[in-house]
Design a protein around this ligand. Structure first.
Ligand code: ATP
Length: 300
């Protein structure tokens, strides 16, 4: 019986780049939440590995071993799966589409294969099977894959392996992508200082969305200035979001930006206004936070 799994968008509410290791990996300190907006996967056991990509954002997404879904399932040596990936998140857009797809594919494959108690520790996904415990190195697929396995609010440090759950109020948000792809390596190249201050040592307990938004306004996404210099339209997206929301920032290495409002009705209205003013932009409304329940595998 095939399994359906949802892969939610990852949003970097903050992204402090705090250094670079000798091996080239960047050190970060980022607060992450997930959106109820994302891709849908159908995973089935098969005699050969196959990935087909359908949906409104399918164009240009690879269907072979270059797809992160394929690479993730390849880690489960000996097992073979056929996956249909219904793509709704724009690719290469800073909201971790490929990483979230990879993590969702593994949630689905683990459900099919009867793996239990899966948990991620220092980039390793460990689960129990009747034959003993089982480890997969998610970090080898990219810094964002470990944090996407359990799509809940977290603080991520190190090179993506140090993940601490965070409690936060649901944040009314709009996601906007101006339909330009941004290359993550190019954005890092354009980043002038790689050693920036981390976030505060202690993450506060926010009473409500307004309090959290005020706190976020004091933090940064260090990749925002270089991304805006490479793709000035990102500056226009941020200006448009600031016009209608309480706060706006870019996610990841862009180009997707998010606007936050303390009130969900205002955010919904803001999404309609931005979409009407820019019919060529990708605009979505959603409450950012914990998408664990929405992303749990279910029988198709
Ligand atoms: P991040 O926020 O982690 O930097 P992103 O949103 O910028 O991620 P992705 O959507 O993961 O980027 O896509 C980056 C590249 O990876 C694309 O150019 C695409 O060719 C490739 N790719 C591999 N697998 C996938 C997938 N399942 N969905 C989309 N792109 C994929």
């Amino acid at each position: 019986m095939p399994i359906e799994v949802f892969a939610p968008a990852k949003v970097n509410l903050t992204l402090h780049i705090t250094g670079q290791r000798a091996d080239g990996y960047h050190l970060l300190d980022s607060l992450i939440a997930f959106a109820p907006v994302g891709d849908q996967l159908r995973v089935a056991t098969s005699s050969a590995m196959a990935v087909s990509v359908i949906g409104p954002e399918a164009a240009g997404v690879p269907t072979d071993h270059r797809n992160l879904v394929w690479r993730a399932l390849d880690l489960m040596q000996g097992a073979r799966f056929a996956v249909t990936l219904d793509k709704h998140l724009p690719a290469a857009s800073g909201i971790g589409g490929g990483s979230s797809d990879a993590a969702a594919a593994l949630r689905g494959a683990f459900a099919l294969a009867g793996h239990k108690d899966a948990h991620v520790t220092r980039g390793l996904l460990r689960s129990e099977t009747s034959g003993g415990s089982y480890d997969l190195n998610l970090l080898a697929l990219g810094a964002d894959v470990p944090m996407c396995y359990h799509p809940r609010p977290v603080r991520v440090q190190g090179i993506g392996e140090d993940i601490t759950p965070v409690s936060m109020p649901p944040l009314p948000a709009i996601l906007v992508n101006p339909r330009v792809e941004v290359s993550t390596p190019q954005v890092f190249q354009a980043l002038t200082t790689k050693t920036n201050a981390p976030g505060p040592q202690t993450i506060p307990h926010w009473q409500d969305a307004a309090q959290m938004i005020a706190w976020l306004a004091e933090q940064r996404n260090d990749l925002e200035p270089p991304a805006v210099s490479l793709q000035p339209v990102i500056g226009q997206v941020l200006a448009s979001l600031r016009e209608h929301c309480d706060f706006a920032r870019m996610s990841g290495s862009g180009a997707t930006c998010f606007g936050l409002c303390a009130n969900p009705e205002r955010a919904r209205e803001a999404a309609a206004l931005v979409a009407a003013a820019h019919p060529d932009w990708w605009v979505r409304f959603g409450m950012l936070g914990d998408q664990t329940a929405l992303s749990a595998p279910r029988t198709a």
